[in-house]
Design a protein around this ligand. Sequence first.
Ligand SMILES: Cc1cc2nc3c(=O)[nH]c(=O)nc-3n(C[C@H](O)[C@H](O)[C@H](O)COP(=O)(O)OP(=O)(O)OC[C@H]3O[C@@H](n4cnc5c(N)ncnc54)[C@H](O)[C@@H]3O)c2cc1C
Length: 390
Amino acid sequence: MPSNDSTCEFDVAILGGGPVGSALALLLAKLSPAPERIVLLQSDSASRYGYAPETDPRVLAVNHGSRVLLESLNAWPERCADIRTIHVSQRGRLGSTLIKQTDFGVPQLGCVVRYGALIQQLTHAVKASGVSVRHAATAEIVCQHAATVELSHGQDTLHAAIAVQADGGNPTEIRRTYKQMALLTKVRASIPRAGWAFERFTREGPLAVLPHPEAADQQSVVWCCTPERAEQLHKLNPKDFSLALTQAFGTRLGSLEVQDKVSMFPLALSVRATPVDGRIIAIGNAAQTLHPVAGQGLNLGLRDAASLAIALRDWMVLSNQQPSAALRQFLQMRQPDRQLTTRLTDLMSRVFTSGWPVVEHSAGLALLAMDMLPGLRAPLARHLLQGLRL
Ligand SMILES: Cc1cc2nc3c(=O)[nH]c(=O)nc-3n(C[C@H](O)[C@H](O)[C@H](O)COP(=O)(O)OP(=O)(O)OC[C@H]3O[C@@H](n4cnc5c(N)ncnc54)[C@H](O)[C@@H]3O)c2cc1C
């Protein structure tokens, strides 16, 4: 039964043109007979972390599934660094595990891309897709009626049959503050190892060293530690920061020498219990903002976008119908993956910082056991590398 009233000029309004909102716009454009009835509303002000998209210093480890998706959307950045081996270890305790690309028969375990480069590619692809794009102002959802969602964008009022929040989340919904900050920078190693990524669990938080996408001889560092320690480290001169980093990471890559300014990101967990409210759907960081350990946030967000597009496939050609059945299907499809990935990253970010020697030692033994028993290692690694299969 037709249900949308005639004031609805858009089928779908997407709030936020970050990687997840842009990917959804592209997926829906492929399914829609009228892509111009999809509108992407992107604010030009800085994100919640204080950066404009092009200058955001994040480098993102993207898994094989996400790469395949982004390539299919013509949105894969030109420059990326392959990860072929992942070394996971714990500072000051026994236990490490090695995950190799050969264990899974894939060309690489994942790739590292720069946030700004990814956004640039996605923006080009969205421009070519026929989707309507509105820049500058911040979009807000005003209210939802029986058949439409009313939105404001600057001085304009818009109506859409459904609205998708892909705005990176609302810090007021925080469920756990990790009492950790992430320090990001670029380093040069005196003994580089091409294609190797390291995740080292320390008492203060995880420390990741990844291949850098735009400097073959350099590494990206994501160092999570307490806010007090982060402030201290942030004030150090490059030489002293490099020494402190090498001390925390160990000598697997020789000594590490910082090559760039150090940026800070506050870390918190925020999860919406139900990412669908009537005709409003949240995806990506707006649905769940995770700790960056194991690099899961974007990968999970892209799976949200892919599942929403699958659920809306039929509705996109009959958008005057009620979308409720499609949105119920989306909810069912997403809950297991969201819950598992959220719990896993939450556990991983905290287990080695508990301060309880027995817990930390057991976690170290679990790493050791995983290394010796590929049967244990494979399902965990497969989930982190590929996500749940749709
Ligand atoms: C230090 C760090 C390292 C990370 N590393 C990894 C990693 O290795 N791998 C991984 O998978 N994930 C990683 N993540 C997580 C990843 O960055 C996020 O999951 C991902 O960026 C989420 O994308 P998004 O599009 O949902 O949100 P965002 O990237 O936040 O984009 C949202 C966009 O919406 C815009 N916006 C906000 N409000 C409005 C509004 N009202 N109207 C219009 N536009 C609006 C913002 O300006 C922004 O451009 C990391 C995160 C951090 C902090």
